[in-house]
Design a protein around this ligand. Structure first.
Ligand code: FMN
Length: 178
């Protein structure tokens, strides 16, 4: 049997993204015997269009679906934009509605938002969308870990401390549920 793997997705394509740092940190904390795959194609996905959802599929969609198929579990970290999840992440999730098996795929998230309502509405709607796509949301691996930007080091990782420990726990809890 191949090693369990987590496909890790940041909802931000911004250079210097805190969410991307959280994802990179989660990948670095995957324990021995498991594997992390950091998704890098968010910015390349075409807008979801049912008219495009047939062979030959756009190459970025083929790649996304292959990575999801191969993953044992999914982990997301996303910012909130204008009171909701970024359109790019919703777009990715729309491409998972058909043509890829997400049924019961264990899924968790790390919410690093440190301001205002801490993106509560975004993560509530992320849960709704993930459940719509039949992912299995693993509550133990859905955590709020406020990460101020200053906590991201020059190496692009969340620096050692309580926040980093909490990210590592979410990764382990997700693998335990997978
Ligand atoms: C256009 C725009 C809209 C935003 N809207 C919200 C919002 O509605 N709620 C919120 O808490 N933060 C909002 N933010 C702040 C971002 O969520 C925050 O800067 C986050 O850390 C960005 O994540 P990143 O560093 O991974 O790119 C917004 C930022 C931008 C640029």
């Amino acid at each position: 049997m191949s090693a369990p793997s987590i496909l890790m997705i940041s909802g931000s394509v911004r250079v210097g993204s805190v969410n991307a740092a959280v994802i990179a940190t989660a990948a670095a904390l995957v324990p021995a015997g498991a594997r992390a795959v950091v998704y890098a194609g968010l910015g390349d996905l075409p807008h979801f269009n049912p008219d495009l959802d047939h062979d030959p599929l756009p190459a970025p969609v083929v790649e996304l679906r292959r990575l999801i198929d191969e993953a044992t579990a999914l982990l997301v970290s996303t910012p909130e934009y204008a009171g909701a999840m970024p359109g790019a992440l919703k777009n990715l999730l729309e491409w998972t509605v058909g043509g890829v098996e997400t049924t019961r795929k264990p899924t968790g998230w790390v919410n690093p938002s440190a301001i205002g309502q801490r993106s509560a509405g975004t993560y509530a709607s992320l849960r709704t969308v993930l459940q719509y796509t039949d992912c299995r949301v693993v509550d133990a691996a859905c955590v709020d870990v406020p990460v101020p930007r200053a906590l991201v080091g020059d190496d692009g990782l969340v620096q050692p401390g309580l926040e980093r420990d909490a990210i590592g726990r979410a990764v382990r809890d997700l693998l335990a549920a997978a």
